[in-house]
Design a protein around this ligand. Structure first.
Ligand code: ADP
Ligand code: MG
Length: 700
């Protein structure tokens, strides 16, 4: 590598800055000081001057930028305050200067690199003193002391040789008003999900942002940070040789456009158009979603549509109607909910997988916290939904979420924004994502005696935000069990065969080729890469409803609503569900790359809504008991609960009433022993009743 003398470096900068473009920038800075203090230099300008010098700069940024600042100062008018800095901010670093966070190593220390990721934490912006002005306590002489770290550095002695203190003074007074400060902010960037393979945990890096670019970024932003990698000692009491890596950020670039990270070539485009013309398109896509999971076709169909999504619409009055769809899977343990969620988080562009009971303070939404990260400052931390902005948030174990998330989630799902106002922080974070959530039923498994809705342990307001809610039950069923068993065994055997490889020695009783041929159906028809491109491509289309499609949706919605209208309970199907029909049909049209929503799209939407409502409202077939979608309880549930509750309230002694006695009394009102026991357990679980002693109940 070519090496440069100091004088050569200075000459290089002078030459670069002599371009008209930079002369104008300097004039602008001089005129608008102190608002503007930075010169933004695209890497290609330096490369155009000399490729060798540009590479030398990446390798020796401190030395080169130091000389650059001197050259910059010389280009500014004399009135410019010498104590203040001109920032040289290099932007658009070349591809080979990009390093993944997990690949940052000792060799990167002191080098300039670009790191891409999601801003997970940002602190409040606070001033840091860079030049402290002190006054000698005896002679009054003034002196400047440059400040670098957190600890304030004081002068060692008075610098005035002629002062009355005779350079012996030890008392100095800080002049805070006349000292010089810059704004600072600490940030944390996390690897973006696209770069992660196989569910690896994202790694993070801390960055320090100073001066005019402090505060331009907020939690959840997708950014490239360009800067110099440095190390600091771990915060340990003993001195150590193990160091932490962080970045002094020189510039921040935002990823403005949706799906910037997905490159679609002309060949891809031809393939995509070809796929879209296949009459089996929908089935093929469904078969490409979690192919190792057997069955669950409706769920997979719904998730496929969710991937494409409806369209965001901005109306004349400025209101925005959400196009992103939310899907909830509630099911018995072991029905592959988590498996499906994990798969989708890798398939979907900008997919994030998180659990409702995550340990981070931000949880699913966002939080302002004061912890060691902020060194005493407040930190804004982005949760899963914010990190999944413009993508898919896969939230497992939603029923285990914190009470803070419980109360803030529906706003986040509906308006797709999260407002944080606490201490020094007021921020609105975007979370324009679709949510695919999974939850277990209230009692661990679905109980057949109790209505489905009352077993979904989520607030009704939250439930109504989901476009589709699927019930996944694990009921013994001879035919299905056989098919599932054979499928899972085939998957495992295929996995074994693939590990062994084709050139394995012959084994008696095992035919590797046959095993692979027989299990072709667990291979996705479209691989993840092309499907992701297909989805990104489809987002360019905003389909418009035909009259016929509108008519089908209208008729179906009205009839579903009418079926609940004769009961004088709260109305279950609201305009929210009507919007779900629209989004689903839009997604179906988008999937076909069609600019119109046709009859078939509307029918697909109607079919899915009817299917999920049927599963929830009449799990064993028959009449829909529709009155409980939003209230959480069906009439039957309420009647049974009322009977048991009134027995507990009206009988028994100070110590409550025994279970046996309750059962006997309830039998008199037509309630079976089993039902009574279940009701008691439910009411004890939700805190309505408690047991003063074993098998005794009392109203809480
Ligand atoms: P859940 O999150 O619903 O409790 P998991 O996703 O952890 O369930 O699934 C449990 C295991 O059972 C997984 O290894 C999954 O592959 C397997 N499994 C469950 N149902 C199916 C299915 N329908 N097809 C294939 N495998 C399944
Ligand atoms: Mg699970």
């Amino acid at each position: 590598m070519v090496s440069y003398q100091d004088s050569e470096i200075s000459a290089a900068w002078e030459e670069i800055f002599s371009k008209d473009k930079y002369r104008l920038m300097f004039a602008d800075i001089a005129a608008s000081y102190p608002e503007k203090k930075s010169i933004f230099i695209p890497y290609e300008d330096i490369d155009a001057y000399s490729t060798d010098f540009a590479m030398y700069l990446l390798d020796n940024p401190d030395k080169c930028l130091g000389k650059g600042k001197e050259a910059a100062r010389a280009s500014l008018p004399p009135a410019w305050d010498k104590k203040d800095v001109v920032n040289l901010r290099i932007v658009s670093l070349p591809r080979d200067a990009k390093v993944e966070i997990r690949h940052l190593r000792a060799k990167h220390l002191g080098k300039m690199v670009a790191v891409e990721g999601l801003a997970r934490k940002v602190t409040t912006v606070r001033p840091r003193m860079t030049q402290a002005l002190f006054k000698c306590g005896r002679c009054g002489a003034e002196m400047w002391v440059e400040q670098k770290g957190i600890q304030m550095k004081e002068p060692l002695m008075c610098s005035n040789p002629d002062g009355s203190c005779n350079k012996q003074a030890t008392q100095f007074e800080l002049e805070p008003k006349r000292s010089i400060y810059i704004d600072t902010q600490k940030i944390e960037i996390q690897e973006s999900p696209e770069g992660l393979r196989g569910g690896a945990q994202p790694e993070r890096i801390t960055g320090f942002v100073e001066d005019d670019i402090a505060g331009i970024m907020t939690a959840g932003n997708r950014v490239t940070i360009n800067g110099i990698i440095r190390s600091s000692e771990k915060q340990d009491r003993d001195k150590t040789t193990i160091f932490e890596i962080f970045m002094d950020v020189l510039s921040i670039e935002f990823k403005e456009h949706e799906y910037d990270e997905i490159q679609i070539t002309e060949d891809d485009e031809l393939r995509i158009l070809d796929m879209s013309r296949d009459p089996m398109l929908f089935d093929n896509i469904v078969a490409s979603i979690s192919p190792t999971i057997h069955g669950h076709e409706k769920v997979k169909g719904a998730i496929a549509l969710q991937l494409f999504g409806g369209c965001n619409k901005e109306m004349d009055d400025g209101t925005v109607i959400r196009g992103d769809m939310h899907v909830l899977l509630v099911g018995d343990p072991g029905v592959a909910k988590s498996q499906i969620l994990r798969y989708m988080s890798t398939l979907a562009p900008r997919g994030i997988y998180a659990s409702g009971k995550s340990a981070s303070a931000a949880g699913l939404t966002a939080a302002a916290v004061k912890d060691e990260f902020g060194d005493g400052r407040w930190t804004l931390e982005a949760g899963a939904l914010v990190l999944a902005d413009k993508g898919l948030a896969c939230i497992d174990e939603l029923d285990k979420m914190t009470s803070q998330d419980r109360s803030s989630l529906h706003e986040a799902m509906e308006s797709q924004r999260i407002s944080v106002a606490k201490a020094g922080i007021t921020a609105t974070l975007q979370c324009r994502c679709s949510m695919l959530a999974a939850a277990n039923p209230k009692f661990g498994r679905f109980e057949s005696e109790i209505s489905i809705t009352s077993q979904i342990d989520l607030p009704p307001a939250l439930m109504s935000r989901f476009d589709l809610i699927f019930v996944m039950r694990d009921r013994p069923d001879k035919d299905n069990d056989r098919a599932l068993t054979s499928h899972i065994l085939k998957v495992h055997r295929r996995g074994q065969a693939m590990q062994v490889g084709d050139d394995a020695p012959l084994m008696a009783g095992v035919d590797i080729k046959k095993i692979k041929d027989e299990s072709q159906n667990v291979r996705p028809i479209y691989d993840q890469d092309i499907l992701r491109k297909y989805v990104a491509f489809s987002k360019r289309i905003v389909p418009v409803m035909t009259d016929k499609a509108m008519e089908i949706i209208e008729d179906n919605y009205l009839s579903v609503r009418a079926s609940g209208a004769d009961k004088n309970e709260s109305v279950p199907i609201t305009a929210r569900q009507l919007e779900a029909y629209v989004r689903l049909s839009e997604a179906s049209a988008r999937m076909r790359l069609s600019r119109t929503v046709e009859k078939s799209d509307a029918e697909l939407a109607v079919d899915l809504v009817e299917y999920y409502l049927g599963e929830i409202l009449a799990p064993d077939g028959g009449q829909w008991d529709i009155d409980n979608m939003t209230s959480g309880f069906g009439k039957k549930d309420r009647d049974e609960l009322k009977i048991v509750l009134s027995i507990v309230e009206n009988s028994g002694t100070f110590d409550g009433i025994s279970e046996e006695e309750i059962i006997t009394l309830a039998q008199g009102e037509g309630l079976s022993e089993e039902k009574t026991r279940k009701r008691l357990r439910m009411m004890k679980d939700d805190g309505t009743l408690y047991s003063p002693r074993n098998s005794y109940y009392k109203r809480a």
